[in-house]
Design a protein around this ligand. Structure first.
Ligand SMILES: [Zn+2]
Length: 135
């Protein structure tokens, strides 16, 4: 038998954004795996959360986003958390953000940050909010 073929395509999402920490324009290239049959991962995908054929996508996005945030908080290789161009689902986020966190060009659904603690620099620039709670 040959080898097993797996879809390990990398997300093709790229965007330029203003880095508020270094005060310069940067190119963001996503390093996550793309969703099957798509060129991007679930975070920048505009249709993922709205896809009525897959109602589980909202929960899936919430789970993936929560573990993404937790990994970045605990991983010493990251001195900051960057969410660039993400579509953030309806979730309550209960985290202590001890590192700078940047949500840039993000679209938030009914995201609830009221149980979160931001103890480092936090930036929400060029982002859209529908019913996001901070307090
Ligand atoms: Zn991506």
């Amino acid at each position: 038998m040959g080898y097993i073929y797996a879809n390990v395509a990398t997300c093709q999402y790229k965007t330029d954004y203003f880095d508020p920490q270094n005060q310069n324009v940067k190119r963001f290239k996503c390093d996550r795996y793309a969703i099957d049959n798509k060129e991007v991962c679930l975070f920048p995908d505009k249709t993922f959360l709205q896809d009525k054929k897959y109602p589980d996508n909202i929960q899936k996005a919430a789970d993936v986003f929560t573990s993404f945030i937790r990994d970045k908080i605990s991983d010493r290789n990251y001195d900051r958390i960057e969410c660039i161009g993400y579509h953030i689902p309806d979730i309550a986020i209960h985290e202590k953000f001890t590192k700078p966190v940047f949500f840039i060009q993000c679209e938030f659904q009914e995201t609830d940050f009221s149980e979160s603690l931001f103890s480092a620099k936090t930036c929400f620039s060029e982002s859209l909010f529908s019913a996001t709670r901070f307090l």
